[in-house]
Design a protein around this ligand. Structure first.
Ligand code: SF4
Length: 391
């Protein structure tokens, strides 16, 4: 049985990690106003943040054909199930880390005070703290496990791919059923945690350490920046921005379908043209325009306006089934859908969205999927432009 409770863990977020989460390309060096804001957010958190971590061994777990039972509660994550199976894990550690409610509260106040740049840098610093806390929790578990001739596997969390975030409340209940957490943490019906800057995770534990020498993807070392770890099984690979869409497609779309126009206020106007076909009516070509107005980079490119509508002179959209049923209603719905409005563009990287890839616009899921493609393409193009400016 292992149990770990730290009510005030040290926090030392790596500058490179913070810069990555801010949405800058690898190797970027902050300067000017951005550096000032980053230093301010770090100093604010050092003085006011109240992080904590908690972890304990699960009393029992077993793997079903398609699910995992932890202390009798059922969870469905094929990715976690396979990781535990491949590593022949015999134990599981349940963990919660939290950057505290203060950072979220302060960020919200800055936003309400019309200081969006301060909001953005503080908000992202809170996310960086959560990543740091889970990494350091993993490192402490590694230290414990190595002394017991065992190894800890990469953590996995509700909300990650192949683990429905709706299972988060059940996971939290498991943790709180035994131990009163040091500070309040709730899971909403949607699965989101409160405080928002928190993470729940499961770490597998195995005695088959020799297997991990071959299966290095099962251990967290590639994602662990701990510089002088004596137990390291794989070299650290600094993380790159990961998009849901593959980079070659993003590059092609950025070149062929997207135009970016700088604005006088430091922001950017973006126009993306989507070319698709209707699913019925012998696949008629259709084209939609996506117009975006983004705020300045220093504020994290907040999405200030967004709109999707048929491209001028496009007739293909009139052959979609929903358009034939009620064209006006359909176009109003499309124009009214503004996912991530008001949020930094970077949020598209963690936006859980529909994967419906239908070419038409009849279903809300396929429209949401297309907004994801558009926002990722814009993110990709801006990150590349920033990289070019820098080099
Ligand atoms: S480098 Fe690997 S073994 Fe060392 S603390 Fe990080 S994850 Fe654990």
């Amino acid at each position: 049985m292992m149990e770990l409770l730290d009510r005030s863990p040290a926090v030392n977020v790596e500058p490179a990690e913070y810069i990555r989460l801010l949405g800058y390309p690898r190797g970027w060096v902050l300067e000017g106003r951005a550096l000032e804001l980053a230093d301010w957010a770090r100093a604010w958190y050092a003085e006011n943040g109240r992080p904590w971590i908690y972890a304990r061994s699960a009393d029992s777990f077993d793997l079903g054909d398609a699910s995992i039972h932890i202390e009798g509660a059922e969870f469905t994550s094929e990715r976690l199930r396979q990781t535990l199976q491949k590593a022949e894990a015999h134990g599981l550690i349940l963990a919660a880390v939290c950057a505290g409610p203060e950072v979220e509260r302060e960020a919200r106040e800055r936003w309400e005070d019309a200081r969006p740049d301060e909001y953005f840098f503080l908000e992202v610093f809170g996310s960086a703290v959560v990543e740091y806390l889970i990494t350091m929790t993993g490192a402490r578990l590694c230290d414990w496990a190595e002394n017991e001739q065992m190894a800890v596997l990469s953590h996995y969390s509700p909300g990650y791919p192949e683990w429905d975030i709706a299972e988060q409340p059940r996971f939290l209940k498991l943790l709180t059923g035994r131990q009163i957490l040091p500070f309040t943490m709730d899971a909403l019906e949607s699965g989101a945690l409160r405080p928002k800057k928190s993470l729940l995770a499961a770490f597998g534990v195995t005695r088959h350490t020799e297997r991990l020498r071959r299966l290095t993807e099962l251990v967290p070392c590639e994602n662990c920046s701990l510089a002088r770890c004596q137990y390291r099984r794989a070299p650290y690979r600094a993380q790159q921005t990961t998009y849901a869409v593959n980079n070659r497609a993003l590059q092609r779309w950025a070149e062929e379908r997207l135009s970016l126009t700088p604005r006088a206020d430091g922001g950017v106007d973006a126009l993306f043209r989507y070319d698709g076909t209707t699913c019925t009516n012998v696949g008629r070509p259709l084209a939609f325009h996506y117009n975006l107005t983004l705020g300045p980079r220093e504020e994290g490119f907040p999405i200030r306006q967004q709109r999707c509508e048929p491209a001028p002179s496009d007739e293909g959209h009139t052959y979609m089934c929903e358009y034939i049923r009620d064209g006006r209603r359909m176009l109003d719905e499309i124009a009214g859908e503004k996912p991530l409005l008001g949020r930094p563009l970077n949020d598209v990287l963690s936006w859980p969205r529909s994967s419906s890839a239908a070419g038409c616009y009849c279903e809300p899921g396929s429209r949401e999927h297309k907004w994801g493609l558009v926002l990722e393409t814009v993110h990709y193009a801006l990150a590349r432009a920033a990289h070019r400016d820098r080099s």
